[in-house]
Design a protein around this ligand. Structure first.
Ligand code: SF4
Length: 285
């Protein structure tokens, strides 16, 4: 076994960093047998049969992907080095699958995991300041069972909502390259293919999430207005496909850059997520 075994902060179980697949991490979707993509062609192939394998296996395959050399190196280097304040914890150090309802009416699309947040806890937006803002707001508007998201064993559940990152591995400076974004895109497209029949509203966090939502629905053959709708906080756009319409809602990303400067306030975040909740209820009633 590795010599850097550390106890999970909730369960006390010992893990090395990064966490080997199938070793009991809370919420772990993979096993030691889950096939790992190492090239873009393998990502396309392993994501391509999502309808046959289903969401759980798709999550598992995402969580062991190794197709982007720079990101694999970065996520694992961070997992080994650890931020000083988390030096006593194991780091997940792997890609981050979607989290929340498997039949969501609301899909929230972010950018990429944070190096010391989701890359540490193994759950999207969990364990960083952006997540603190996002989950508190989701709870205030009735879309999460609790307002905090600290680690993957904290019992949090989302209500009719699923969170996904566009790029599933933590990138240096939060900036994936275009090649990395495109390499990862089959994963989000496959997930959307499985979820599309349920989703009524897509909340895009930042312009990156907005473009990813438009691209992913476009890849599924949905109509995207020309010129392409422009991102803005509170902006709404209609996506039409499969004989139905979905509302795309823009929301400033709850990054510290936005929340520290007051560009995004709690009221602004609640307003968009509350609107998403209301639209999804109206579409279902
Ligand atoms: Fe795989 Fe996506 Fe991570 Fe690249 S960013 S290694 S495609 S999960």
């Amino acid at each position: 076994m590795s010599d850097d075994l550390l106890p999970h902060p909730a369960t006390g179980e010992l893990f090395s960093s990064p966490v080997p697949p199938g070793t009991g991490w809370p919420g772990e979707p993979a096993t030691s047998e889950t096939p790992a993509a190492r090239t873009v062609a393998q990502v396309r192939r392993l994501a391509g049969d999502a309808e046959r394998i289903g969401l759980d296996e798709l999550d598992a395959r995402v969580s062991v992907c190794r197709a982007c050399p720079r990101l694999v190196r970065w996520r694992e280097d961070v997992a080994h080095a650890k931020r000083a304040s988390y030096a006593d914890q194991p780091y997940w150090g792997r890609p981050i699958p979607g989290f929340g309802s498997p039949t969501p009416r609301i899909l929230v699309v972010g950018l990429a995991p944070a190096a010391n947040g989701a890359n540490r806890t193994g759950r999207v937006f969990t364990g960083d300041r952006s997540g603190d803002w996002l989950f508190a707001s989701l709870h205030r508007v009735g879309l999460a069972t609790q307002g905090t998201s600290v680690h993957a064993a904290d019992g949090l559940e989302l209500v009719d909502t699923r969170l996904v990152a566009t790029v599933r591995c933590a990138p240096p400076q939060n900036k994936p390259t275009t090649v990395e974004r495109d390499t990862c895109s089959p994963w989000i497209e496959a997930e959307l293919r499985l979820l599309a029949e349920h989703v009524q509203v897509v909340v895009a966090l930042g312009a990156y999430g907005w473009d990813a939502a438009l691209r992913s629905y476009g890849a599924l053959g949905w109509q995207i207005a020309r010129p392409k709708p422009r991102f803005g906080h509170g902006v709404e756009a209609a996506l039409v496909g499969d004989g139905r319409s979905v509302t795309l809602l823009g929301c400033f990303h709850p990054s510290q850059q936005n929340t520290f400067t007051g560009r995004l306030t709690e009221a602004m975040l609640d307003s968009v997520l509350g609107r998403a909740a209301a639209l999804s209820r109206a579409a279902t009633d």
